[in-house]
Unconditional design. Structure first.
Length: 638
């Protein structure tokens, strides 16, 4: 070890000794630390003693008779236990679990004194599939609980009893109230401190003719009871959704949690499987959505963040159980003498015309194909306005779908005409195409045959793709309507012919067994749709048969596809199957009319005249011929 190493080690030891001396606490600091540790230990021991005392009281209550139990409840020990656990809210532990009812034109709400929360929410204008009252909230399967710190205690409002407060003197003392039309009824539940010098208020503002209810959380005189450094409150919102529709699986696969961030971006959890997500940034609203109904909590400003989750109970609490929804929401808070958190609560139908008027993007809960602008654009600006216009005539919804289908076919008539004329031109060229097939039968001559066909099409003035493009243009409309009909609440419980409800499947025969991928019933509209689709495919193949060899199995697949979809549509909306059936029938009618007005001899003469005209080589043809030259093929002379 050299001299430099020895000096380095000495300096390191010297620094360590100096650091330990400098960082050693003084006697005063040691005493303060000891006092702090003793205080923490005493607080922990106090909490342990409280838990033990509560367990002891619970054990005694279990063992003693009812009179003895009541006597123990009145003892100072129980009062001390409540005071220790609930602090300033100890007197709110006991009370009468009374429910106050408010009825508007569209809602019947129940508000409980325990927890001050909504325990029932019935939609008066709707019924379940089996004609029961349609209730979106139930007392035994929901929670709306505010949790906060009060003098080092966690207070949960769901455990405490609130006191009713009537803002309108004419309703003072009433347990059943009503409001109608454009009027509003304001009713509150207040959680008072034991001294009565402060309270937490749930204030409900119920309009007479709307599904949107005002809900504000107000803190009055609570600054000394809520921790001063508290910047947020936790709101636990929970609801077990119940079956409202005929087909449980369809409703389950349409139920989930949707949300909207403050910047207008919306999102949702998976509809088909359980899931969870942490929304880290500000949130405008959170919705517990079912197939046709929703319960949506909306912030006037924004929620700070939220953890949301959906779960399906493997052991359902009832045969009408659907899914469990949970949102732990962080509410902004500041400790002051008066502080209010204004919110709104929408409890109502997923109807586009209602949700859209609030200008909050609530209409995104109606699945119209929002992931693709063309799909939701067709539904929003074409299908829905026409549908709503026809509703004004008080027609049966089966007739409305018929008229809507006719109007769509009229709009698409030019494309249908283009498709048919293109197939007619291809039929005229069929003999010449067959000659080319015979002239180039070998696979190695495929490029020569393709060149010869392109030259034939160019001379005849025929574009083989012109028959495909109109079909492609119609696809977005078909898909848009595929999204529209199953999500349209207007069709719910509307009957037509043998279908009792156009929003779900129609059944002409209930089977005593379940067929995999099909179901336990027979839907006649689905059968009609399938038969008409197979027939349309057959006619279309006849029209488009130009002698060209199709891909192996392609024709068979075209016939198998409608049969494969039979199982899927058997459990789907009858309105959708009915629309597709009508579309097929009207297409047959259009084809019959067009065929009467199209003269194939005239088309043949026009093609012959086109062949005599000088042809212009397209860019595509030039590239095709260049590829042929590179492979050693000779291009045909023009």
């Amino acid at each position: 070890m050299n001299k430099e190493n020895i000096i380095g080690l000495v300096l390191i030891f010297a620094l360590l000794i100096a650091y330990s001396i400098f960082m050693t606490p003084s006697k005063e600091e040691i005493e303060k630390q000891k006092t702090r540790q003793d205080s923490i230990a005493a607080l922990q021991q106090k909490q342990v003693d409280s838990i033990r005392q509560a367990a002891k009281v619970a054990a005694v209550l279990q063992e003693q008779s009812a009179p003895s139990r009541q006597a123990l409840t009145d003892t100072a020990n129980m009062a001390a236990f409540y005071s220790d656990k609930y602090g300033a809210f100890a007197k709110a532990v006991e009370g009468e679990e009374k429910v106050f009812t408010i009825e508007s034109d569209v809602l019947r709400l129940g508000i409980s004194a325990k927890g001050g929360r909504l325990v029932s929410a019935e939609l008066k204008n709707y019924k379940t599939f089996d004609t029961l009252p349609l209730n979106l909230i139930s007392i035994d399967s929901s929670a709306f609980n505010l949790a906060f710190f009060s003098n080092n205690r966690i207070i949960r409002t769901q455990d405490l009893f609130f006191t009713p407060y009537w803002y309108a003197t004419e309703n003072n003392g009433e347990e059943k109230m009503s409001v109608s039309g454009d009027q509003e009824l304001v009713f509150a539940m207040r959680l008072y401190t034991s001294n009565g010098d402060g309270y937490i208020e749930y204030k409900y503002t119920i309009p007479g003719n709307q599904y949107m209810t005002g809900l504000s959380l107000a803190f009055s005189g609570m600054s000394k009871y809520v921790d001063a450094n508290l910047s947020s409150l936790n709101l636990e919102w929970y609801n077990e959704l119940r079956q409202q529709e005929k087909h449980l699986e369809t409703e389950k696969n349409a139920s989930t949690i949707l949300y909207r961030y403050l910047n207008d971006e919306t999102g949702q959890l998976s509809e088909t499987k359980d899931g969870s997500e942490s929304l880290k940034t500000k949130v405008k609203w959170i919705a517990f959505k079912q197939q046709f109904f929703t319960t949506t909590l909306i912030a006037d400003e924004a929620f700070m963040s939220s953890d949301i989750s959906t779960k399906t109970n493997p052991d359902p609490p009832s045969n009408r159980y659907l899914k469990s929804m949970l949102a732990n929401i962080s509410l902004p808070f500041q400790s002051s003498e008066q502080f209010t958190i204004p919110m709104k609560l929408y409890i109502g139908p997923n109807k586009y015309s209602i949700l859209n008027k609030y200008d909050l993007n609530l209409e995104r809960q109606v699945p119209l194909g929002w992931s693709f602008f063309l799909l939701h654009g067709i539904n929003r600006y074409a299908v829905i306005p026409v549908f709503n216009f026809l509703e004004g005539f008080n027609l049966n919804y089966g007739i409305i779908i018929l008229i809507l289908t006719i109007l769509l076919k009229i709009v698409l008539a030019p494309l249908t005409y283009k498709t048919y004329t293109s197939s007619a031109k291809m039929r005229v060229l069929k003999p010449e195409i067959e000659e080319l097939n015979q002239k180039y039968p070998k696979k190695e001559d495929a490029m020569k045959k393709q060149q010869a066909m392109m030259d034939l099409y160019r001379k005849a003035g025929v574009n083989p793709m012109s028959g495909c493009l109109p079909v492609l243009f119609q696809m977005p409309i078909l898909i848009a309507l595929f999204r529209f009909f199953p999500s349209s609440i207007e069709l719910r419980q509307q009957s037509f012919l043998w279908a009792h409800d156009l929003s779900t499947y129609d059944s002409i025969l209930d089977l005593p067994f379940n067929i995999p991928f099909y179901g336990d019933h027979v839907s006649l509209f689905t059968l009609l749709m399938t038969v008409s689709t197979v027939a349309y495919t057959f006619v279309q193949n006849k029209m488009m048969d130009t002698g060209q060899n199709q891909m192996p199995g392609m024709k068979l697949m075209m016939y198998l596809m409608p049969i494969m979809f039979l199982g899927f549509f058997n459990n789907y909306s009858a309105g959708l199957s009915y629309y597709y059936f009508l579309a097929n029938i009207l297409t047959f009618a259009q084809m019959w009319l067009i065929r009467r007005f199209i003269n194939e001899d005239k088309i043949r003469a026009q093609i012959a005249a086109n062949k005599k005209k000088p042809t212009k080589v397209s860019g595509f043809q030039k590239r095709l011929e260049e590829m042929a030259k590179q492979r050693g093929y000779k291009t045909p002379k023009r």
